[in-house]
Design a protein around this ligand. Structure first.
Ligand SMILES: CC(C)(COP(=O)(O)OP(=O)(O)OC[C@H]1O[C@@H](n2cnc3c(N)ncnc32)[C@H](O)[C@@H]1OP(=O)(O)O)[C@@H](O)C(=O)NCCC(=O)NCCS
Length: 210
């Protein structure tokens, strides 16, 4: 079955990296959406905003790529994903050719596994979640929906990460740790204890901020 043409949602830094990946895979990119026609080094056709995508394309004719990045807050990515899902659209699950994915890892809709990432046996990666450049996820990890594992994150085996949590660049999490929903783990943190929902933690070892 031929894959459907792709529409990119967003035009920031994460979008550029995804476009590189999609061009490498010879995907048919019909254009990008953004609030304004700018930041378009690839000269892709500009579609308009999110509502213009809905007006111009039937859900069954295209697949979407959520190219909204997130530095600490995954809300915008989640809102856009849910908006288009509610209108019947589907999201492409993206895997860079240099990523190593266990045959029995499960990637849910719209997951994005970027260059050099490793996803080991029996892992689950949730909907709309980014496993960013060179992040490494060891066996039996369960990663929720709308999560961002930033570049260079290292998760040991059997780590659970809740929905909408951001794990900052280069953070490390030891085995069997559970991190809740809506957490923010700082860049370079070393997480050695469980972290509950809605917490911000950073440092070595990571401590929750009041
Ligand atoms: C944890 C984080 C969110 C804190 O942001 P913040 O609340 O705005 O904190 P501030 O920058 O005001 O810093 C407050 C203090 O915490 C320290 N601090 C901030 N982030 C830290 C981190 N990751 N590790 C250790 N200390 C940190 C600062 O040095 C500062 O200390 P000081 O008061 O002694 O000077 C942020 O630094 C971070 O790590 N973000 C993740 C970025 C990321 O993953 N980007 C990925 C893009 S793809």
């Amino acid at each position: 079955m031929c894959s459907k043409p792709v529409v990119i949602l967003g035009n920031g830094g994460h979008a550029k990296v995804l476009i590189d990946l999609l061009l490498l895979q010879k995907k048919d990119i019909v254009g990008y959406s953004a609030p304004a026609e700018e930041n378009n080094p690839y000269q892709l056709p500009y579609i308009g905003d999110d509502h213009d995508v809905v007006h111009k394309f039937n859900p069954e004719d295209i697949q979407l790529v959520n190219a909204i990045g997130s530095v600490t807050n995954t809300n915008t990515r989640k809102r856009i994903f849910n908006f288009f899902k509610s209108k019947g659209y589907s999201f492409l699950t993206v895997v860079h050719p240099s990523a190593v994915i266990s045959p029995n890892a499960k990637l849910k809709e719209g997951a994005q596994i970027m260059a050099g990432a490793v996803v080991q046996a029996s892992c689950l990666i949730g909907e709309n979640t980014i496993v960013n450049t060179k992040a490494s996820i060891d066996h039996d990890c369960k990663i929720g929906n709308h999560v961002h594992l930033a570049p260079g994150v290292t998760l040991s085996g059997s780590v659970w990460i809740g929905d909408e949590t951001h794990v900052g660049t280069g953070a490390t999490v030891i085995q069997n740790i559970r991190i809740g929903n809506h957490c923010l783990i700082g860049a370079g943190a070393l997480v050695i204890r469980d972290i509950g929902d809605n917490k911000k933690a950073f440092g070595v070892p990571a401590r929750e901020m009041r």
